[in-house]
Structure formats: structure tokens, C-alpha cells
Design a protein around this ligand. Structure first.
Ligand SMILES: [Zn+2]
Length: 313
């Protein structure tokens, strides 16, 4: 069977005028021509016809008009059959399920994909600090996660396919600073999310909670960790190292626990290979602020240890 006449050939024959086609019908035939020559893809064309009752009706109207016209004009049978064939194809294209292939992002070179991710992240307002809704059911004081410049971010792109998800999230975690409101939260998120654990580059964590020792051990194993901001507060010393706890059984004292005896200090000092280390207070509004001396001294201690080279496994 030969291909039906193009819309332009039909126009030359003034077939539209003679059939008395409506403007919608003519628009439909033009759209079909665009689809036929590849200017619009099947999904777009199918969606256009499917979602418009007028377009669909126009296709059946054209068929009816062509059939009636053909009965009285034997010399036009071939052209009328052509246009009926076109409309049958239009209806078939409209009923075809949309392809799930989508844009072949994975076929682009990695550098270009990273630029796409960058653009996506920017258009979704990448936060300075990425915080999660709390997942842990611990008793730590869940102070406001609204750290400066912390904003919600849409990661919808990560839901497109497993391949894109892995690649995009790895890239995203490399760019963003990931914030945790307590050590329990860090453990929960990092244990559940392997991509986060393996890709996180900048981490900010409030040093508080009954599992800070385990949290810092976990951080020490994050292969790409380069920047760490430790937030201290009065609650940092609520839990002590085993040693301090033991000693306090025998050497009773009214003195508050020192920062260097807080649970997790030994494990924190095991972290290596960092490029930047900082120590921050909780914001004054959130209370529980420690003295500046703690901040400065801890920062000096951490910088002297955490920037040392990692030992090779
Ligand atoms: Zn906690």
C-alpha cells in the first residue's frame, strides 16, 4: 500500500475545502504531518489527540466526510481512501500507550549529565545544608533543623530510574552539606543510605546523643568525607565516655563534664584525611550554648588530628 498523501499534497488538491473540513480537523492533519516527519514524537502527538475530545472527534468526522464524498465522486476515491487511512493512523497513534523510554539521559557523556544535574540542583535551590525530616526515635532534643540557608530540596529526579538515582544522588551528596541533628540521626541515615555513606563530602552534625561514639566511627569510614562541622552544645556532655563514667563512680565531683570527656571524643579523633574542620555553637536562640573556649580548643585539637592523612587500608 502506498503512503497516504501528505497534508501539503492534500492542500494542493483542495481536498479540505471540498470535504468541508473544520479548522480543528485541518489542525489535526497538520499535527499528524509533524508527527509523520518526526517534528514531534509519538508521545506528544498521541497525548494531543487523547486529551482533546475535539481532536478525536475531528478524526472520525473526517472519515465520515471522506466516505460520503467518495460515494458521489468516484474519481476522488483514491484521495478519499488516503485521507481515511491517515485518520485511521491518527486514531491508532492516539491509542498507543506512551513509551516509557523517555529522554535517553544515560546516553549523554558523564560531563554533560553532571551539567544537567547541576542545572537541576540549581533550579531546585540546592540548600547550603541538606537536612532530613527526623527519622530517629531517640530522646535527643530535636532543635530546629532550620540551620542558616537550610532549605527543602526536591530530589524528584532521583525517582526516574535506578541508574539515574544512584548517579544523581552520588553527585548531589558530593555537592551538598549534609546536616544531622544528633548522632542517632546520622547513624540511621548513613546506615540506611549506602550512596550517602559513600558519597558524602561535607557533613555537619550536632554532637549529641547516646551513640556519638558509633556515629563518629561511621564517619571515619566515609570514604569521601572532606569537610566536617561539629556543632557543640550543653547537651554534648550529657553522655560521657566509658572511662569518665567509670571514674565518676569513685571520684565524686560536682564539676561539669568536660568536652574532652564527652561520649565520642576518642572516635572523633580517629577521623582522618579531612581538608576542612570547623566547630560551631548552636544558635543562641536554640540555647544550651557552651563557652567559646570549648569551641576554640576543640577546633585546634580536631584540626591537628583530622587533617592527617588516612591510613591506607
Ligand atoms: Zn538522637
Amino acid at each position: 500500500m502506498s503512503a497516504p498523501l501528505s497534508i501539503y499534497a492534500q492542500l494542493t488538491l483542495k481536498l479540505h475545502t471540498r470535504l468541508g473540513l473544520s479548522p480543528t480537523a485541518i489542525r489535526l492533519l497538520y499535527a499528524y504531518e509533524d508527527y509523520r516527519i518526526g517534528r514531534i514524537d509519538q508521545d506528544e502527538f498521541g497525548r494531543m489527540v487523547r486529551t482533546s475530545a475535539n481532536m478525536r472527534r475531528a478524526a472520525t468526522d473526517i472519515i465520515a466526510k471522506a466516505a460520503t464524498f467518495m460515494a458521489n465522486h468516484a474519481e476522488e476515491v483514491k484521495h478519499c481512501v488516503d485521507i481515511i487511512q491517515t485518520c485511521t493512523e491518527i486514531l491508532r497513534a492516539a491509542d498507543r500507550p506512551p513509551s516509557m523510554v523517555g529522554f535517553p539521559l544515560k546516553k549523554l557523556p558523564l560531563e554533560i549529565r553532571h551539567r544537567v544535574y547541576d542545572h537541576y540542583i540549581r533550579s531546585n535551590t540546592i540548600p547550603e545544608i541538606l537536612t532530613y525530616p527526623r527519622k530517629s526515635t531517640c530522646d535527643c532534643v530535636a532543635y530546629s533543623p532550620s540551620w542558616p540557608l537550610s532549605r527543602p530540596v526536591s530530589l524528584a529526579l532521583a525517582r526516574t530510574s535506578t541508574q539515574i538515582k544512584d548517579e544523581f544522588l552520588a553527585y548531589f551528596y558530593k555537592k551538598a552539606t549534609v546536616g544531622f541533628t544528633c548522632s542517632c540521626e546520622l547513624i540511621k541515615r548513613m546506615t540506611d543510605n549506602e550512596i550517602l555513606r559513600n558519597s558524602a563530602r561535607k557533613v555537619r552534625v550536632h554532637w549529641t546523643g547516646p551513640v556519638s561514639d558509633q556515629a563518629f566511627l561511621l564517619l571515619a569510614k566515609c570514604p569521601r568525607l572532606k569537610e566536617l562541622d561539629i556543632i557543640i552544645s550543653k547537651s554534648t556532655t550529657v553522655y560521657m565516655t566509658k572511662r569518665e563514667k567509670e571514674l565518676r563512680k569513685y571520684f565524686t565531683t560536682q564539676k561539669p563534664v568536660r568536652l574532652v570527656d564527652a561520649l565520642g571524643i576518642d572516635e572523633l579523633l580517629l577521623i582522618r584525611g579531612l581538608e576542612a574542620v570547623s566547630v560551631s555553637h548552636l544558635s543562641t536562640k536554640q540555647g544550651g550554648r557552651r563557652v567559646d573556649e570549648d569551641k576554640v580548643n576543640l577546633r585546634a585539637l580536631l584540626r591537628s588530628k583530622l587533617k592527617l592523612e588516612r591510613e591506607q587500608d
